[in-house]
Design a protein around this ligand. Sequence first.
Ligand code: NAI
Length: 318
Amino acid sequence: MDQLRFDGRVAVVTGAGGGLGKEYALLLASRGAKVVVNDLGGARDGLGKSNFADAVVKEIKDKGGVAVADYNSVVEGEKLIKTALDNFGRIDILINNAGILRDKSFQKMSEQDWDLIHAVHLKGAFKTTQAAWETFKKQKYGRVIMTSSNAGLIGNFGQANYSAAKMGLVGLANTLAIEGAKYDIKVNTIVPTAASRLTEDILPPEMFQAMKPELIAPVVAYMVHESFPDTGVIIDSTLGFASKAHLVRSSGAPLRKKHTDPVTIESVKEKWAEAVNMEKAKHFDKMADVTIDLVSSLQEFEDRSKLDSVRESYWKTY
Ligand code: NAI
């Protein structure tokens, strides 16, 4: 297969001073992309500031690549995008990767721990992506990555703030994938598991050694390549393995016999096991399809013409 390259493309990688972001930046630069290496350079809990993006820029330049450092916080996303436009005149790829942790059991979690996590992960991704969006639309091209976590998709003790923000990023990606579709703006989510300063005291030592961020970087690089086919997908990757995650919904159950019958707490209880049975679970790519599916499962909408009018009004709205 021909080498997949990024010549002429400009990428902004947030939080690229270390960990996963550094590997993304190095790989993209080695394949011809001009890279903005953004990193605030703070501690794991978000405190402080330093210039450790410089070392990554130096490494890229020493290998003959093109990169510039940016020390802004993602919360000021417009500044990062300006760095790309001022230095390289364009932006094609945005990898929202910056992250911090403020783990606490829920009862002990302060409002500040909640707000800071949301500011860096969720608002940071909103700010950087919105700042790049106009350019992406004008040039009819853009590749965006959101970084989620199994702590969000599944949940993890002591990470209520982080889990909520990480799941918020999935929702953000879902909608941006729809809004960007006609401009060839693809928005996808990576769920990584890798050795980094965020996981050094979480992963067992032998797993920590094996879970190299370099094994995830090619997955993310393919996801921001012009040939990448999908948008709105969630990809779980670690240890040289990739899989797709998707929310699914059970086929459900009617909670009453006729639409003139009332729904009672007792009728809900009676039908509960059937309503939550996942054996015939379905997955949906469009909100309209969820609604159509729900409506069509009701007997009174067996008349297809009514269904078609529901579908039509949905297409007008979205
Ligand atoms: P890391 O701590 O090595 O990298 C995160 C980088 O983001 C740091 O260099 C940090 O200085 C930077 N950063 C923090 N706040 C910033 C801000 N406001 N503006 C700009 N830069 C900022 O950690 P790692 O593991 O490489 O994490 C990368 C991303 O992957 C994070 O979003 C993290 O939540 C996510 N993730 C990592 C997992 C893992 O197993 N390592 C698991 C699931 C998600």
